[in-house]
Design a binder for this molecule. Structure first.
Ligand code: HEM
Length: 503
């Protein structure tokens, strides 16, 4: 009886706190002068809000769980995972357009995960610095000058060489079962490092092997957005209860040291010039416009943002093609018809390979590697879809759900690259918000242009003159297409297959 009474007492206190909290919020909005309602969403518990969702249905694949919330509450949903700020979820093309076009200026920040604060990384990170920060602007100009448009023609020969290396690697593995993703990750790292430092980071003979640089980037990528109780309950952050930030700090520290020892210090010592990103940032360093720490943080972000994303997209495309032999046949027919006996695919061949490019787009529609694009409301409250979105709210665009919206995509679950050919040739940029795997607006992915070249190039290179088989008597329908949302959208079962070189 005594125990029951104390439980009832605790429940009463929690309910009272919750009611006070709701009343305070209501009163504040009245004082703010807004009469717009907040977006609808699941009712949270006192104090912990909707936290239980995040250790339950949303733990493994939040993009799927959040798509179900949108089905229940509509295209703009709000919820509160813990005592941290409100989250708003955007899940329709129209709402995404309103967020990224009409409200772009107000959404130029990103939520900062507790891990990102390790070694003060967030203070120099191009990924999380607010859009108003002069350092963010400086970094975006540096990236834009080397990673977009015609400037990419300068580095094209290096990507041709990287694509040729991976083709040779898989041809040399002919008839042997391989992990498809391992070599793809090495090649994606090399394609980024060549624009940054004019150098491969993984040796051509070791593409399929473990490598310290690769291991560190893989670990940093996996841990960047690892679920962490400190993010739901910021008052616990100083304790770092899961040790997440400490572990991230150790990995970051190793990576910073590696970047400095192998790339930054030697270039500073010799004063060599290579007409690349490192030249550009060292020139800014010489004028005291950047610190040494700004440089390592920037380079770290470029590897974390640019390599796993590209490698995973090619791995997803391969998984879909192995699952759909008729589409694989179309790819081989296109390659044979346009390249004939040419030994290796070059970037300039892509104009003749529309089907391969459509395969990549269809892959990014179904498996966008950043399924939930994170933004944050800065400077002022905003109105979205007739709802009030207070300053400080974290806004997530569920591009995974938008890419499967049946109103925009007939038979949305089917892998049909043909939908990206002909009249309905939706592109990555442009006004169609039913397909935005690289985001949009001021914070659009600055790697879009290089990815639009290199991802189809990489895919074509590992398919040209190579016939892929499934191992252990697997049938196409046995290819596992289930996903696992770590920082990026990973395959739940890493793809293994057997390359057969067609001489
Ligand atoms: C298939 C490949 C890729 C995909 C699907 C992808 C997707 C994305 C998405 C969705 C965003 C957020 C955009 C937004 O908020 O609107 C982003 C940001 C970013 N991406 Fe990519 N990305 C890819 C490759 C790359 C590459 C190759 C690089 C550079 C080497 C890169 C560098 C970045 C950076 C630095 C940001 C942060 C930009 C900022 O916050 O200002 N990405 N990417």
């Amino acid at each position: 009886m005594g125990l029951w009474a104390s439980e009832a007492c605790i429940a009463l206190i929690l309910i009272t706190i919750h009611v006070v909290f709701v009343l305070l919020k209501y009163t504040r909005r009245k004082l703010d002068g807004t009469s717009l309602p907040l977006p609808p969403g699941p009712v949270g518990l006192p104090l912990i809000g909707n936290f239980l969702y995040f250790i339950g249905p949303l733990r493994r694949n939040p993009h799927r769980g959040l798509a179900c919330l949108a089905e229940a509450y509509g295209p703009i949903v709000s919820f509160r995972p813990g005592t941290a700020k409100n989250f708003v979820l955007v899940s329709s093309p129209e709402a995404a357009r309103e967020a990224l076009v009409a409200n772009d200026a107000g959404l130029t920040a990103r939520p900062v995960a507790d891990n990102a604060r390790a070694l003060a990384h967030s203070a120099g990170s191009v990924f999380v610095l607010p859009g108003s920060d002069p350092l963010w602007k400086k970094h975006r100009i540096t990236i834009g000058a080397r990673f977009s448009g015609r400037s990419l023609n300068v580095t094209r020969p290096m990507r041709d060489r990287n694509a040729r290396q991976i083709a040779e690697h898989f041809r040399a593995c002919s008839s042997r079962e391989v992990s498809v993703g391992e070599a793809l990750m090495s090649t994606a790292l090399n394609s980024v490092s060549n624009v940054l430092f004019s150098k491969d980071v993984v040796d051509a003979h070791a593409l399929g092997e473990a490598h310290v640089f690769k291991e560190l980037v893989v670990k940093l990528t996996a841990d960047t957005a690892k679920p962490n109780i400190s993010d739901a309950f910021p008052f616990l952050a100083p304790l770092d209860l899961l040790g997440s930030r400490r572990s991230f700090s150790r990995t970051l520290d190793k990576f910073y040291k590696l970047l400095n020892a192998e790339f930054v210090e030697p270039r500073l010592a010799t004063g060599e010039k290579h007409d690349d990103v490192l030249d550009d940032i060292l020139a800014q360093y010489a004028k005291s416009q950047l610190t040494h720490s700004d440089i390592t943080k920037f380079l770290t972000d470029m590897f974390v943002a640019g390599s796993d994303t590209s490698a995973l997209t090619v791995q997803w495309a391969m998984a879909q093609l192995l699952r759909h032999p008729d589409k694989m046949q179309k790819v081989h027919t296109e390659l044979a018809a346009n390249l004939g006996s040419k030994e290796f695919v070059e970037e300039s061949d892509l104009v003749q390979l529309p089907y391969i490019k459509a395969v990549v787009k269809e892959t990014l529609r179904l498996h966008p590697v950043t399924p939930l694009i994170p933004r944050e409301v800065v400077s002022d409250d905003m109105c979205l879809g007739g709802f009030h979105i207070p300053i400080g709210t974290s806004v997530f665009l569920n591009v995974w759900a938008i890419g499967r919206d049946p109103a925009s995509w007939p038979q949305p679950e089917e892998f049909m690259p043909e939908r990206f050919l002909g009249d309905r040739a939706v592109d990555y940029r442009g006004s169609d918000f039913s397909f935005k795997p690289f985001g949009a607006g001021r914070r659009v992915c600055p790697g879009l242009d290089i990815s639009a070249r290199f991802v189809p190039h990489l895919l074509a290179s590992i398919l040209h003159k190579i016939d892929w088989r499934l191992p252990n008597g697997m049938a196409p329908e046995d290819v596992d297409l289930s996903d696992n949302h770590r920082t990026n959208l990973d395959l739940a079962t890493p793809l293994r297959a057997i390359p057969m070189f067609i001489a």
